[in-house]
Write a protein that binds this ligand. Structure first.
Ligand code: CP3
Length: 353
């Protein structure tokens, strides 16, 4: 288990230690923009078949690393594995994204939820983590992940994606006690899930609060933030850093910097200069190139990468330490892998100390 890492830039940056250049990984670095991913998915028959077969999950996790000198692997899985294991019945309707057969419809549904057993119901995830660690053989660290309680609750109550998230927000407004009970149970499940990934070999953990930014500030402080804080505090460890990523979290950075997490991931609606200034060196920062910049030419991508790197340095007292380069959200299927190559190359070349 303890093969020393050949490339530990990510873990050093997350601890705000000096590195030879800024580490980079990309949200959804394994995915449909890669032809080799599309081939594996076609052979597997479906996304879920791929995610639930450790050998295939391992294969697609490693695909982007064969193409680009990325500084981390991210487990190939999905945030909705947890509600699936809680009995909601995850499926993907062609072209419609994720859906649940049995969404939560009442306080009684919520009261009946239980934390799944990680080494039985979610064993396929832990087996994938163990297999990927073995195959990586210490090349780069492996990041495990989970959805945030609020983001998971969004899908569990709506039964799928939504523009307005009207059902879950109505539940929060009309039955706050049931909503908090749901968030509490999901938080217990998230902590057990991330703890099990860590025990299986994950070397950093990221929580995706994808939909926290859809909440008003007061609702965010009641229904998302306290659960993120509980996760950060209960998973605190010297060895395995915790990253809290939130889309649209700029308004709440001061609270997040004090959450107990080792790093905060931000989207592109805030400059890293502003975020780093407000942070004052308390935690590491991850982000935050607008993924749409990848539609520009490779030269334009490189210029945008330099601007993000400089923005962080300018807000961090002239130092590049404590920054993990990433996008502000995930890669899209129609992005060009050659532009991703330019991005990764420019991060390393321009930030070399
Ligand atoms: O490389 C990686 O980043 C690791 C893999 C990963 C996936 N999903 C694979 C995936 C990760 C980290 C996730 C997290 C996830 N899943 C989130 C949070 C991250 C975010 O984007 O904010 C959310 C909200 C989900 C739920 C989910 N899963 C949606 C909305 C979809 C449909 C997306 C789409 O564009 O169709 C999925 C399916 C999914 N998860 C895909 C991938 C690569 C596409 C599946 C396919 O091949 O069709």
């Amino acid at each position: 288990m303890s093969t020393p890492l050949k490339n530990d830039r990510l873990l050093r940056a997350l601890r705000r230690e000096p590195v030879d250049c800024t580490p980079v990984w990309l949200m959804r670095q394994a995915g449909r923009y890669l032809p080799e991913y599309r081939a594996t998915r076609k052979a597997a028959g479906s996304f879920l078949a791929m995610a639930k077969t450790p050998e295939l999950a391992c294969e697609v996790t490693l695909q982007p690393l064969r193409r680009f000198p990325l500084d981390a692997a991210i487990l190939f899985s999905d945030i909705l594995t947890v509600p699936d294991a809680m009995g909601l019945g995850l499926y993907f309707a062609e072209g419609e994204g994720p859906k649940f057969e049995r969404p939560l419809r009442s306080a009684a549904d919520i009261a009946a939820l239980a934390v799944p057993d990680m080494e039985t119901e979610l064993r396929y995830v832990m087996d994938a983590v163990r297999l990927i660690r073995r195959e990586l053989d210490g090349a780069v660290p492996l990041i495990g992940f989970s959805g945030s309680p609020w983001t998971l609750a969004c899908y569990m109550v709506e039964g799928g994606g939504s523009k307005e998230w009207g059902k879950v927000k109505a539940l929060a407004l009309n039955e706050p006690a049931a909503m908090h009970r749901l968030l509490d149970t999901v938080t217990d499940a998230v902590i057990a899930y991330l703890g099990a990934q860590r025990a299986a070999g994950a070397q950093a953990l990221q929580v995706f609060d994808t939909w926290g930014g859809t909440l008003s500030p007061a609702m965010y402080r009641e229904f998302s933030l306290p659960y993120l804080i509980r996760i950060a505090r209960e998973l605190k460890s010297a060895e395995v850093p915790v990253i809290l990523f939130g889309k649209g979290n700029a308004l709440h950075l001061d609270a997040l910097f004090a959450s107990g997490a080792d790093a905060i991931g931000v989207d592109w609606t805030v400059t890293l200069e502003d975020a780093a200034r407000r942070n004052g060196g308390r935690v590491a920062l991850q982000g935050n190139l607008d993924p749409a910049m990848l539609y520009g030419s490779p030269d334009a991508v490189r210029a945008q990468v330099r601007a993000v790197l400089d923005s962080y340095r300018d807000g961090n007292g002239g130092s590049r330490e404590g920054h993990v380069f990433n996008l502000g959200h995930g890669l899209s299927p129609d992005m060009n892998p050659d532009h991703v190559a330019a991005l990764v190359d420019e991060v390393h070349a321009y930030s070399a100390r």
